[in-house]
Structure formats: C-alpha cells, structure tokens
Design a binder for this molecule. Structure first.
Ligand SMILES: Nc1ncnc2c1ncn2[C@@H]1O[C@H](COP(=O)(O)OP(=O)(O)OP(=O)(O)O)[C@@H](O)[C@H]1O
Ligand SMILES: [Mg+2]
Length: 255
C-alpha cells in the first residue's frame, strides 16, 4: 500500500528567495513525524506546501496514493481548481500557532460549521460530531462559550477539535503551543499526545523538542531549506551527528 504522505523533492521560492531546496519525506499511516529547526528555515513553508496553501515551485505531494493539489496530464502537472483542491484539502487537518476561530461563533458552532459547509453534513449529525470532538479535547464544559471567553490553550483545543471534525487522514500542526503562556502549553500537548496514542497520523512542527522526542516516531531537522538530519527521536535528539543540530539543540534545551 502507498504511504499516507509522500513529499518528493520539494522546492519553494518566494520572489527569488529559495526557501525549500529539495525536501523529501514519507509518512506511513498512524505515524508521527516531528519537524524541528531554527526560525526561518522553512518549516511553516513546508507544511503550507503539503496542503497546497502555498504552491510548490517544484516537486510533488501524494496523499494516500493520490497526487495532491495538482492534476497530471501526460507529463504535465497543473495546479487543480480551488474547488477540487478544497475537497482534497478536507483530508488534511491543519492547526496553526494562532487559532483563527470565528469570533462570532461559540465553540460548538466553530467545530460544526465546516462539516456542514464543506461536506454538506446535516445539522444534527454535524453537532453530534462537534460534541464528540470537543469531548476528545476536553472542552465539553465550554462548548457554548465564544472564543474571547476562552484561554489560549482552550481556544487551541477548540481549533484542534475543528480540524478533527473534518475526519482528516492527516493532521498538520504548526507550532501549536508557541503562542501560549507557558502554563497553558501542557494541556494542548496532552491533547496532541492523546491523538498520537490513538493512532492519528501527524506531522508536527514544534520547538518543544522534549515533547517531539516523546510523541514522534521520526524526527526531521530542517536547516536552511534542506533535511540536515533525520531518524529516530532518540538518535536525532539524543545523539545528534551534525554540528548545526547539536548547537540548535543546545540553544533550545538551555532555555
Ligand atoms: N509568503 C511569503 N513571501 C515571502 N517570503 C516568505 C513567505 N513565507 C515565508 N517566507 C520566507 O521564507 C523563509 C522561511 O519561512 P518559514 O515561515 O517557513 O520559516 P519557519 O521555519 O517556519 O520559521 P519560524 O520557526 O520562525 O516559524 C523566511 O525567510 C520567510 O521570510
Ligand atoms: Mg513557522
């Protein structure tokens, strides 16, 4: 069976700035890859290319054996229509550093809206799904609250529930805890850990290297747009080979 996610030789330039310079990775079903690396090395760009929020300059993505974001005609690739893309993208749940909840909707409505709008789910089924997802992130008690009355950690958990409500094949997390006050980080990491234990496939960009070591089965150190080092967490984080990775870890772990 094809891998769940295959990233082949991905390049991304922004107006002449070369950000990704040939990144490849594979994720099997149920696996968890953590991506670490210094600020500006291209981690967010990589995640955004994976779900085609950014169009790669070169290289291709396959999700569950299907070409993602593009159509292929003979040897020619073309970005697919936004409509086709929206359908494909609903297979990928994305959680950002900022939570981007709808301010005028309560927690339940925030989670239920996409299944209704994107997948045409009936209201009752969508709210049942929303309630189940809010329970998964331990937010049932706040389901009628609006975002402004939730803490950052609670908002992020609602954002995770919202992504899960798409019933995605793959979850992408881009530094989901870096906008949070330190005392709120733990509750979000706990939820991610629970999802990982449940067997949800994920790619997680994080600067929480201790967490990455616990939760991931594969770690990629991205430096300046290329994979500098990758492997088992105990090896990459516990026994790094490259000097750049060693100094990066030293800096992070000293804080
Ligand atoms: N839309 C854009 N237009 C132009 N340049 C961009 C754009 N998005 C990202 N970049 C540049 O690409 C580089 C990589 O950015 P990216 O956000 O992927 O880094 P990162 O590894 O996620 O960093 P951080 O750890 O700070 O989040 C940076 O130099 C950034 O300025
Ligand atoms: Mg980033």
């Amino acid at each position: 069976m094809a891998a769940l996610l295959r990233v082949d030789d991905l390049y991304k330039d922004f107006a002449g700035l070369k950000v990704l310079k040939g990144v490849s990775m594979t994720l099997e079903r149920g696996h968890k890859t953590a991506i670490i690396g210094p600020s500006g090395c291209g981690k967010s760009t990589l995640l955004r290319c994976i779900n085609y929020m950014e169009t790669p300059t070169a290289g291709h993505i396959h999700l569950d054996g299907e070409l993602f974001g593009e159509t292929q005609n003979g040897g020619k690739y073309q970005r697919m229509s936004e409509k086709q893309l929206a359908r494909q993208r609903s297979q990928v749940g994305m959680v950002f550093q900022g939570f981007y909840l709808w301010p005028h909707l309560n927690a339940r409505d925030n989670v239920a809206i996409a299944p209704m709008k994107v997948r045409g789910m009936e209201k009752r089924a969508a709210y049942e799904l929303a309630d189940a997802m809010l329970e998964k992130v331990h937010m049932s008690h706040k389901r009628d609250e609006f975002p402004e009355r939730l803490s950052g950690g609670q908002q992020q958990r609602v954002a995770i529930a919202r992504a899960l409500a798409q019933q995605p094949k793959l979850m992408l997390f881009d530094e989901p805890t870096s906008a949070l006050d330190p005392e709120l980080v733990g509750e979000v990491l706990k939820v991610i850990q629970e999802l990982a234990a449940e067997g949800i496939s994920m790619v997680l960009v994080t600067h929480e290297v201790r967490f990455a070591r616990q939760v991931a089965d594969h770690v990629i150190f991205l430096g300046d747009g290329v994979v500098v080092e990758e492997g088992a967490p105990d090896q990459v984080i516990g026994a790094p080979k490259h000097e750049r990775l060693r100094s990066f870890l030293k800096q992070i772990l000293e804080h």
